[in-house]
Write a protein that binds this ligand. Structure first.
Ligand code: MCA
Ligand code: AMP
Length: 476
């Protein structure tokens, strides 16, 4: 068996997107027709719009052993250039008619036809080879390509399925972007590995989620921002509350779910949201089981096969007292192979086979983890997206009117954290507005990386080494 059960099944519903449903046989046929054009490609970049076409392309790559690099369709020019130069795909699938342009305009581009039919080529799977290259932000530098092997995906999806009693009878619905682990590995490959059905909503709205759940979906995956908006909608609209009440499992992840949101959903729908915790480099590490106790702010125990330590500052393992804080360190079949072209970064993150996550947690006497923060203030989680402060500072400095920039995350009820920038201007004649700088970042990187507020200051607070003291930057 490959990563999905596409080759074995003929069930009537594999995937629904854009108002259209493909059976397993239809999805297999469409993926087969596309794969016939791969011509020995080793790596393909796929524009990951929330469409049936993008899903077909991703599945075709996965089933044919072509390394898949999903591209955020809203990537800015500078980030797109970085990813294409770093990953050097042999093919680009989908996307604008004009292709990727720039220095990569020679890369062949394929389009997907959901009505085409072909046969998937025979394929023997090497579970240790990269199946996916997913770009994720770090504290410094440009995003890094995380190489995920088939083994990490299959072992993790199976462990999650056992924790959540997830079977082919489940229909999963979600509106997550499909260029990250959450929306793609868990949200698309997960149901297809179970032999179940995924209903992708294209765009998140509480009403669309409610309609999918009322229409037979049994599970929902979302980030805390989505549950925050669902809680508000459920309070105002009994139809939304009723739809959420009927679900078998509501799962939240990618960022900490505020206890308040957990409570609001419980009060309006009777549902206790299940949390799980992971990273791009590890897929999922812990999860609250479907039959386990669901406590706000806790992300459950390690999944089967995952070894996990909480390493306190003095290097010892933190006691399971629910209080001592340490860094989450992970080992297991769920681990990535390394960062593409970055042996230095890989060696820093993985030592003696253990991956150092940078997340801080406590562990309760019954083994449940609580994620309490991150080691670096330079990693921001906004709407469930991880963003490095350094990336945004670098983009701001590319603006002709900016001479210095510092970026921080500030607490935000809806987004978890909101990106705030402090900038010193060069003093030239053209003075940019807050909006100009936000747009500048949105165009170079991606819209979710834009600052939500920009403070113009005459200087940044610095220590004797010249390093910006971010604790002294306070949003006015
Ligand atoms: C606004 N927009 C702009 C600008 N300002 N576009 C260009 N330039 C600007 N200056 C546009 C945006 O593109 C968007 O367009 C719209 O305005 C609103 O954007 P925004 O306010 O940023 O967000 P939102 O639409 O309210 O989205 C909230 C969200 C989203 C739906 C919760 O943040 C989201 O999908 N988050 C999921 C992140 C995720 O999946 N993370 C997983 C990685 P338009 O309306 O057209 O879109 S973590 C992971 O994988 C690990 C392993 C894990 O644990 O899961
Ligand atoms: P990414 O690098 O985008 O894959 O995001 C991984 C990060 O998301 C982790 O290092 C955590 O900081 C955060 N994260 C994921 N799930 C949770 C959760 N349930 N609670 C708190 N933080 C989470």
């Amino acid at each position: 068996m490959g990563i999905t059960r596409l080759r074995e099944l003929d069930s009537p519903a594999a995937v629904t997107a854009g108002g259209r449903t493909l059976s397993y046989a239809e999805l297999r046929g469409a993926a087969g027709a596309l794969a016939a054009q791969f011509e020995g490609a080793g790596r393909a970049a796929v524009w990951a719009q929330n469409t049936l076409e993008a899903i077909i392309a991703m599945v075709a790559c996965l089933e044919c052993g072509v390394e898949l690099v999903p591209l955020n369709p809203k990537l800015g020019s500078s980030e797109l250039e970085h990813i294409l130069s770093d990953a050097c795909p042999d093919l680009v699938i989908g996307g604008p008619d004009a292709g990727v342009g720039g220095t990569h305009s020679g890369v062949p581009q394929l389009t997907v036809d959901p009505d085409a039919r072909g046969n998937l080529p025979e394929q023997s799977f090497d579970d240790e080879r990269p199946a996916l290259v997913i770009y994720t932000s770090g504290t410094t530098g440009r995003p890094k390509g995380v190489l995920l092997p088939g083994r990490a995906i299959t072992s993790n999806l199976d462990a999650i399925a056992r924790a959540w009693a997830w079977t082919e009878r489940d229909t999963l619905t979600h509106a997550l972007p499909i260029f990250h682990v959450h929306g793609l590995v868990l949200g698309i490959f997960g149901p297809l590995r179970r032999g179940g059905h995924v209903h992708h909503l294209e765009r998140f709205t509480p009403e669309a989620v409610a309609a999918a759940l009322s229409g037979g979906a049994s599970m929902l995956f979302g980030v805390p921002t989505m549950y925050h908006r669902l809680a508000e909608a459920a309070r105002a609209d009994p139809a939304v509350a009723g739809a959420l009440r009927g679900a078998r499992l509501l799962v939240s992840g990618s960022a900490g779910l505020p206890a308040r949101t957990f409570e609001q959903i419980r009060l309006t729908t009777g549902q206790r949201i299940v949390e799980r915790y992971g990273l791009t480099e590890t897929i999922m590490n812990t999860a609250v089981r479907a039959d386990g106790e669901r406590r706000p702010g806790e992300v459950g125990r390690p999944l089967e096969g995952v070894e996990l330590r909480i390493v306190a500052e003095d290097g010892s393992d933190a006691p399971a007292d629910g209080e001592t804080i340490g860094e989450v360190v992970v080992k297991g079949p769920n681990l990535f192979l390394g960062y593409l072209n970055r042996p230095d970064a890989t060696a820093e993150a993985v030592r003696d086979g253990w991956f150092w996550s940078g997340d801080l947690a406590t562990v309760a006497p019954d083994g449940y983890l609580r994620i309490v923060g991150r080691k670096s203030t330079d990693l921001i989680k906004t709407g469930g997206y991880k963003v490095g402060a350094g990336e945004i500072e670098g983009a701001l400095l590319e603006h002709a009117a900016v001479s210095e920039a510092a970026v921080k995350g500030e607490r935000d009820e809806d987004l978890g954290e909101r990106i705030i920038a402090w900038v010193v201007l060069t003093g030239g004649t053209s003075v940019p507005s807050e909006r100009d700088l936000a747009d500048h970042v949105a165009v170079l990187l991606a819209p979710h990386k834009r600052p939500r507020a920009v403070h113009f200051v005459s200087e940044l607070p610095r220590n004797a080494m010249g390093k910006v003291i971010k604790q002294q930057l306070v949003a006015g």
